[in-house]
Design a protein around this ligand. Structure first.
Ligand code: PLP
Length: 354
């Protein structure tokens, strides 16, 4: 594979910058199981305040943070409502069932965004045959949904509806800061309607690892117990908390760059033969490209791009996902467009169209 590679498979591929590594090396640490890691304590307090919640708990990963969040709300025999594209449903090994005895009931929104009308009639629990509906989960931005940011009013409607039914609201905010940048609300403005929120430092914020669950003192106490149960106890994790604090200071403000880069790529790729991009849905750092079956499959397209040093993710048989991030500079964008154009033009000789 040619070097250097431009890796657009995910924003999880970023490497810590030299300044972030310095912050990691210099972190003050202690044993977090005794509540004595000053850097983790500082990060938890800061995120709780940023999201407008009473408390927060540091977690190893986005999945751990989501799952301890679910555990804070649910018990065996409960059911959660979420979009069919949700990470919690698709990519967490059936963890709601595997870890908590909780079933998922999915709705079909648009790009991962749904409304109370989509949830209408789905609340169960009155009858002894039923699972008990406990929670609505919202993902912001939507990953498989194509990087869409929930409009504040749409989220408020869903959350108000859920609360009126006596349900809790959990947000998988792995890319909450991308959503805030794109949709123009603050983290606290969005989170005021949620009971628990998971955010990730290892995606758009460019940290090597780490997530955080925020919510009420009661929810976070339950989640903290679950984190221990799931083997997520952290000892001198202040080094990773230092990276997260660094990213809050230095990487939140630059997220807009990733969105500008994604739009640039989307607009140029949309003009190429055999490829379709819905430009209206390009809002953040993730966008989808449909590969015409006449050309071949998305996997084949990705493989040919890889030979040119461009990595993208074939997320469906005919669908590619492109994700910009901290390690994708403006300088490489033309190279990316050039590789897409070359692969598109190869088809005429390699796959003659019938
Ligand atoms: C929306 C969303 N939630 C949760 C996760 C899980 O994060 P992790 O890989 O840190 O467990 C991801 C990972 O990409 C994600 O995209």
């Amino acid at each position: 594979m040619p070097s250097p590679v431009v890796d657009l498979r995910s924003d999880t591929v970023t490497k810590p910058t030299p300044a972030m590594r310095k912050a990691i090396a210099e972190a003050e640490v202690g044993d977090d199981m005794f509540g004595e890691d000053p850097t983790i304590n500082r990060l938890e307090a800061r995120v709780a305040e940023l999201l407008g919640k009473e408390a927060a708990v540091f977690a190893c990963s986005g999945i751990q943070s989501n799952q301890i969040g679910l555990r804070a709300h649910c018990t065996s025999g409960d059911e959660i409502l979420l979009d069919e594209s949700a990470h919690i449903f698709h990519y967490e090994q059936g963890a709601p069932a595997a870890l908590h005895g909780v079933t998922c009931r999915v709705v079909r929104g648009t790009g991962g965004i749904f409304s109370p009308a989509d949830l209408h009639g789905l609340v169960r629990g009155e009858d002894q045959h039923d699972a008990i509906t406990r929670l609505v989960c919202v993902e912001n931005t939507t990953n498989r949904g194509g990087g869409l940011a929930w409009p504040l009013a749409a989220f408020r409607e869903v959350a108000d509806w859920a609360h009126a039914q006596g349900l809790g609201v959990h947000v998988d905010g792995a890319r909450l800061f991308n959503a805030c940048q794109a949709a123009g609300y603050s983290p606290a403005e969005f989170c005021q309607y949620a009971d628990t929120i998971s955010i990730c430092f290892s995606k758009g914020l460019g940290c090597p690892m780490g997530s955080m669950l925020a919510g009420s003192t009661r929810h976070i106490a339950r989640a903290r117990r679950a984190r221990k149960l799931f083997g997520g106890a952290i000892r001198q994790g202040g080094m990773m908390a230092a990276a997260a604090l660094y990213s809050l200071d230095h990487h939140v403000g630059r997220i807009e760059e990733d969105h500008v880069h994604a739009r640039f790529l989307a607009e140029r790729i949309a003009g190429l033969p055999h490829l379709t991009v819905n430009l209206d849905s390009v809002q953040t750092n993730i966008f989808m490209i449909e590969v015409s079956p006449e050309w071949g499959t998305a996997a084949e397209y990705a493989s040919r791009l890889a030979h040119r040093g461009i990595l993208v993710f074939a997320i469906g048989p005919q669908r590619l996902r492109v994700c910009t991030h901290l390690d994708v500079s403006k300088e490489v964008l033309e190279k990316v467009v050039g590789a897409f154009a070359q692969v598109a033009s190869e088809v005429a000789t390699t796959f003659p169209i019938a």
